[in-house]
Design a protein around this ligand. Structure first.
Ligand SMILES: [Zn+2]
Length: 215
């Protein structure tokens, strides 16, 4: 069984468990029986905040919604910073209220996100999805109690993500496909190669990590 923490392109393939990421205002109708829901930092310029909060609350209460997110902060997008922080805090509050993990989108804002974590002291796990930074940054996030999810960048030459994955404790990582063309099986195969363990062992680890978060 392959567990995909974060995808925008669910395959519904047998033998896979996929969390489809859905953001407020998205046109595409979700198809996966398991989802995460959030206010994405890229799509906040036109947001009706009351409608967004109501939607988030309704969605978050559904049993098929396993996590809140993706939500987070992005220094490269045009969305004003105050709007990003407002949406991120709303999502974190919702994760706490509904006792579901938070899936985080972070671009060049690791320090800021950790500062908010210290301020807000969330009880729910924070999972940085699509992690592709150095082993050092990974260490900082892991020390702060966060989890990391790895995907397509494991395939890059001299991949930072691969180095980070190698040094991540076996109970603190997940795998994903996000928007990539790789299948979740391919990501598993690559991750097993990176950690230098048999695929079957990796499958057991990821399943245990997934179940620890989502039951
Ligand atoms: Zn995504």
């Amino acid at each position: 069984m392959f567990f995909n923490l974060h995808t925008h392109r669910p395959t519904l393939a047998p033998g896979t468990v996929e969390i489809e990421s859905v953001y407020f205002g998205q046109d595409k109708i979700p198809v996966s029986p398991r989802r995460s829901v959030g206010l994405h930092p890229w799509y906040l310029q036109e947001v009706n905040w009351n409608a967004g909060e109501q939607w988030l609350r309704e969605q978050a209460s559904l049993p098929e919604v396993l996590a809140i997110g993706e939500a987070g902060l992005d220094k490269v997008t045009a969305t004003p910073w105050e709007l990003q922080v407002r949406a991120f805090q709303m999502c974190s509050d919702m994760a706490e209220a509904f006792v579901k993990p938070l899936v985080i989108h972070c671009v060049r804002a690791f320090g800021e996100i950790l500062t908010f974590k210290k301020q807000w002291k969330p009880a729910q796990p924070w999972i940085f999805h699509g992690f592709d930074k150095s082993a050092e940054t990974a260490g900082t996030l892991l020390n702060a109690g966060c989890r990391l999810s790895f995907g397509a960048t494991l395939f890059h030459d001299n991949s930072h993500a691969a180095e980070a994955l190698r040094q991540t404790p076996s109970d603190r990582f997940l795998l994903e496909t996000d928007v990539s063309d790789f299948s979740i099986r391919q990501v598993y195969e690559r991750a097993a190669e990176v950690r230098n363990i048999p695929l079957a062992d990796l499958e057991q680890l990821v399943e245990a990590n997934f179940r620890a978060l989502f039951g």
